[in-house]
Every structure is written in structure tokens, then in C-alpha cells.
Design a binder for this molecule. Structure first.
Ligand code: FES
Length: 379
């Protein structure tokens, strides 16, 4: 599950000046392993200093630990498949972004990239009902897969997409979204809000903040009938949209969110959402002498933690195959079940309330609050 495979780039299609859609070929023997649900993502890995042929394809997480590799997760944008022939992701180049710059400027058909099998719980399995999404920028990527899969497979479904971007020129997947409108004119509703462009159509412009959404949503949709809301984009947009939903009385369980670009975000406030259930208050003293036991791919080990290490960092020193991508509490790739002991999570933008209640934590964000902590990567 946590193994990278070196896969061949089939095509690189330019979407905007600063973004591409990367299509990666999956060989027949790996297709069932790379099957994915609508909304999931893949982690891509690049070894620093590696040539465009991606020749450093060894399956080792240790290089990341020493800073010689970079991993990023990207959402799959094509309709879901149990055995895909290709994987397609949208990548926007971000300033200073090591992998995204490489992908947008250098990657070419025929190159190889290291790819982890799909993961993630920002998923909508097709079912009857009316669904909606609020997305910003590259947040369209997983929602494109979600909407296309839902509308094609479930005739009793409807989908409303509210997307915001800076300008038409910077908007990713314009054609694919227009295609959904053509194919499903009565079941797909599209609202585009551009922040830096006056629209001739009379559609809204400006920023999609909490107040704006609180007014806009009831005018667009029967808010109380929406079976699931999918929020995806930069931290500010997702938090603002989530606040608007709650002010409109949307139950927490119907709101699903995925955040992009939080490298400059403050750590999530310590509290219920950031702490494993039942966490004690004896943290600091326990942390100094903590040991971690981890099960990964059916094998277990116990190791002392160095001061200041996260659970993931300790495990990676001994098990280079431990899964991770962002190390920032965003992607959820390092999700583990806390079997015993307590931890404090510094940030959590990946796990939903029900996962926290079920005892899941993010290994990359977990610091021990007890002298022994046991986690299960397989559970
Ligand atoms: S590695 Fe992304 S949340 Fe831990």
C-alpha cells in the first residue's frame, strides 16, 4: 500500500500559464492497485537533483527524511476507476514550490515519476441526491472527478459547483467543466466568481468570503436539502465557506473539506479537534522519555523517540517505508490508528470529526503525551 512505483508520464497538457494536467500511464499489472474513488489523491515523489528521466526510482522514504527528496500530493481529476489505465492530476505551479515548478516547467512525456497508490477520504461515492461544492483555484481538481463521476453514474443526482478564481485566464479545467454543463444541462449548475475581473454576464465578482456565501448560497440552492458539501481550496476560502455553512444551519456531518497550500498557515489551535480523544494533561514530562510502537504492513517495531520528534519522524528513522507526503497535517497520507497512549496533534487539516472519534491521528503531527504510544498504519 505504501510502496512507490515509477510510472511513465503519458502527457503534459497546459491548462493555464501556470498549471498543467499531468497524465500518468499505469501498466496493466498495477491497475487494480491504483484504482481510486472520486476525490482521492496520489503522492508524487521527486529526488532532488534528479534528472527529468526520474531515474532515482528506489522505494525509500529515508531520503525525504534527510531532505534529499520532495513529496507532494495531487488530486486526481478524471472520473474514478477501479482499474485505471491512466492517472490524471492537475498541478498549479506555486512560487517556491519545488515539485510544482518541476512539473509545470520540466516534466515531459516519457519521463517517469514515483507515485504512491491513491488515498484520501475527501470522497463522494455516487448516490442519489443533490450535492454542492465550493472551490477556489486548484481546489477544482478533486471536485471535477467527484462531479463527473456522480453525474455520469447516478441519474438521480444533481451537483452545484461554485468556483472562485482570480480571472478566466487563470482558471483551471475550463473546458472540462464546460463539458459537464453540456452533458448534464439539467443536473449540473455552475457559478463562477472571479476576484479580479468584471464579468460581462452579470455573474458575481469579488471574493468568496463567509458573508458573501451566506447571502449567495440560499439564493442559489435549497441549502437544507443538500446531502453533502465539498469544500476545497486555500485555507481561508475553506474556513470561510465552512463558517458560512454552519451559520446557515448545515449539519457538520454534511461538510467535507480539503485544504491546499497551508505552508504559511498558523498551527491549528490546540483543543478537541487537534488532540486525540482521551488525551491526558501530563504531556511534556512523558514526551521526553517516550517510545513508539508502530505496525506497518503487518510488521511491528518499538523505538525510543528523540526529543522533539513527531511519531512519524521516529518511525521513519527505522521504517523508511512509512507513508507520508506533506508533513504539514494536510494530506492525511500519514493517518494512523492510535492503539494506546495519547498524543497531541499540532495541526489537523485532514481528519474529519468521525475519524478523530474513531481514534485516528496524523503521525506527522503527533507528539506523545504519554511515555508509550502505539500506532497502527494498517488499521
Ligand atoms: S504527511 Fe500529510 S498529513 Fe501527515
Amino acid at each position: 500500500m505504501s510502496t512507490f512505483h515509477a510510472l511513465r508520464v503519458a502527457s503534459v497538457d497546459r491548462l493555464t500559464d501556470d498549471s498543467v494536467a499531468l497524465t500518468i500511464a499505469v501498466p496493466p499489472e498495477l491497475r487494480s492497485l491504483y484504482g481510486y474513488a472520486p476525490g482521492q489523491h496520489i503522492a508524487l515523489r521527486r529526488h532532488r537533483g534528479e534528472g527529468a528521466d526520474g531515474s532515482a526510482g528506489a522505494d525509500s522514504g529515508s531520503a525525504a527524511y534527510t531532505g534529499s527528496e520532495v513529496r507532494r500530493t495531487y488530486s486526481l481529476c478524471a472520473p474514478s476507476s477501479d482499474a485505471p489505465e491512466t492517472l490524471r492530476v492537475g498541478i498549479r505551479g506555486i512560487e517556491g514550490g519545488d515539485f510544482s515548478t518541476y512539473a509545470v516547467k520540466e516534466l515531459a512525456p516519457g519521463d517517469t515519476v514515483d507515485v504512491l497508490p491513491p488515498a484520501g477520504r475527501f470522497v463522494l461515492e455516487p448516490r442519489p441526491g443533490h450535492f454542492a461544492a465550493v472551490v477556489g483555484g486548484s481546489g477544482i481538481t478533486p471536485v471535477l472527478s467527484i462531479a463527473a463521476t456522480l453525474l455520469a453514474r447516478e441519474p438521480e443526482s444533481r451537483f452545484c459547483l461554485i468556483r472562485s478564481d482570480r480571472s478566466t485566464a487563470s482558471t483551471m479545467f475550463l473546458e472540462e467543466v464546460a463539458d459537464l454543463k453540456d452533458r448534464f444541462p439539467h443536473r449540473f449548475q455552475l457559478v463562477t466568481v472571479l476576484s479580479r475581473e468584471e464579468q460581462q454576464s452579470g455573474l458575481p465578482s469579488g471574493r468568496l468570503d463567509t458573508e458573501r456565501l451566506r447571502q449567495l448560497l440560499p439564493a442559489l440552492l435549497p441549502v437544507e436539502e443538500i446531502a453533502g458539501w465539498y469544500l476545497c481550496g486555500p485555507l481561508g476560502l475553506v474556513e470561510g465557506a465552512s463558517r458560512a455553512m454552519r451559520e446557515l444551519g448545515v449539519p457538520r456531518g454534511r461538510i467535507h473539506q480539503e485544504i491546499f497550500h497551508v505552508t504559511d498557515a498558523p498551527a491549528a489551535p490546540a483543543g478537541e479537534a487537534a488532540r486525540a480523544p482521551g488525551a491526558g494533561a501530563d504531556g511534556a514530562a512523558a514526551a521526553r522519555a517516550a517510545a513508539v510502537t508502530a505496525t506497518l504492513d503487518g510488521r511491528s517495531g518499538s523505538w525510543p523517540m528523540n526529543e522533539g520528534e513527531s511519531v512519524l519522524e521516529t518511525v521513519l528513522r527505522h521504517r523508511a517505508d512509512a507513508p507520508f507526503a506533506c508533513k504539514g497535517g494536510v494530506c492525511g497520507t500519514c493517518r494512523v490508528r492510535l492503539v494506546s497512549g495519547d498524543v497531541h496533534m499540532e495541526r489537523n487539516y485532514a481528519l474529519e470529526e468521525d475519524e478523530l472519534e474513531a481514534g485516528y491521528v496524523l503521525a506527522c503531527q503527533s507528539r506523545p503525551l504519554t511515555s508509550a504510544v502505539e500506532v497502527d498504519f494498517d488499521g
